[in-house]
Design a protein around this ligand. Sequence first.
Ligand SMILES: Nc1ncnc2c1ncn2[C@@H]1O[C@H](COP(=O)(O)OP(=O)(O)OP(=O)(O)O)[C@@H](O)[C@H]1O
Ligand SMILES: [Mg+2]
Length: 346
Amino acid sequence: MGPKREQDVTVDEETLRKALHDVAGERLQSVRVKDGVATLVLEVGGMDGLTRDKLEMAVRDAARLAGATEVRVAMTAEKGTAERPAEAKKPIIIAVGSGKGGVGKSTLSANLAVAMARLGRKVGLVDADIYGPSQPRLLSTEGRRPEAHDSKMFPIPSPFGVAMLSMGHLVQPGQAIAWRGPMAGNALGQLIDAHWGDTEFIVVDLPPGTGDVQLTMLQKHKPAGAVIVSTPQDLALMDATRAIGLFEQGGVPIVGLVENMAGYISPHCGEESDPFGMGGAEAVAKTMNLPFLGRIPLDLAIRRESDAGHPPAAGDGPQAEAFLGLARSVLAWLDTPANNPAHRAA
Ligand SMILES: Nc1ncnc2c1ncn2[C@@H]1O[C@H](COP(=O)(O)OP(=O)(O)OP(=O)(O)O)[C@@H](O)[C@H]1O
Ligand SMILES: [Mg+2]
């Protein structure tokens, strides 16, 4: 006795075609049924990976519902590349760097991205700090795992309108990774070459210093510009100068300097004082003939909210205004045709 099908339903081609047409519309190119096995051809030209996957799943479900015992799906992309600008156009990268650690790069990257999104742009974020990723915490996506298709990852949506990818989404929290140079570069590449869809800008939070990750970034993923963060102290400023040198050598224009932790806003009286001094970054920007993008005050609320996964840029306190101001300056720079390769090409 031959093997018996679990479900002995015969599905007729016409019923199936109708059911599938309801799901796939004109994308359905052909339907054939033989012995309960449905063979379908879908035209998927111009679709991004996620939409394609969704269509395939919907079609499979519909075919099974209509009685097919097995569903085979083939895809063609006859319509060619003309209809797929969304996936073909790569996002523009803005690197956030500093010479020194702990100056607030990650805090600034997260809030800059959120503020740019608040100004109506489609913004993503890549946490390139593969040794000490902090963005999942800052943007409340801890513990999430990205899905993949075609060996490319889908960015994880954060609750603040910014999709993101971080090495922190791929390893267990607290797990140390001893990345060697090329591996580190590769890991960063996977975060950047993801399914970003129609994301216009990706803010990249770089680890401090001038190591492999930074070099790979410059060579392979050419940022349109770099935002340099410094605290007001002289030492941090010297390190910032070194970071500026690295970007300039790599042919990456400097969008400008941001002074973080400038002036201390007392949580008690709201009065401002200057534990680290103030104005140093602006002076450095001036001597180096670079734009000064603004000042973010040292404010306990920034630390508290950031640690709790609520970027202050998403709120409506005075801190949000500081980040929105920064985002406006960065966008003004990016929207200047000479600074923006995408605009240049258009
Ligand atoms: N303007 C600010 N006011 C108060 N606290 C701040 C401010 N900016 C950053 N911080 C706090 O300072 C600490 C270091 O910030 P952050 O992690 O962003 O620095 P980083 O440059 O990314 O550090 P690393 O080099 O370790 O990656 C964090 O606890 C953060 O909340
Ligand atoms: Mg950091």
